[in-house]
Design a protein around this ligand. Structure first.
Ligand SMILES: [Zn+2]
Length: 104
């Protein structure tokens, strides 16, 4: 079992955050904006068993994080105005734990 994010020491928390943020070059993984602050989102929400692992974390802007809430990623994203297939493919390549649902 990985260690819960809250229980990580300050520096390892910082490192994890930093490497997640760098994956998309400081931009929001969902909408592509470049916010002043990026927040970490659990692709699979913690309430649904999502883990505090790099493969389940993405750096996103606050607006997307709030808008997504605890909904499943693809349900939220494909129905949202910031849906972008190219970013979705990049994201899918970095996270291990999302169920992809095909929508016509
Ligand atoms: Zn965003």
């Amino acid at each position: 079992m990985p260690i819960a994010f809250e229980k990580l020491g300050r520096s390892s928390k910082h490192k994890l955050k930093g490497s997640v943020k760098q994956r998309f070059g400081g931009t929001c993984a969902y909408c592509g904006c470049q916010p002043r602050f990026l927040t970490l989102d659990h692709v699979v929400p913690r309430t649904q068993g999502g883990l505090d692992m790099k493969s389940n974390l993405v750096a996103v802007c606050q607006r997307c994080n709030r808008s997504k809430g605890s909904r499943p990623l693809w349900d939220w994203w494909q129905g949202s105005a910031c849906w972008n297939e190219e970013r979705a493919m990049r994201l899918a390549a970095t996270v291990l734990v999302c169920k992809i649902r095909f929508v016509k």
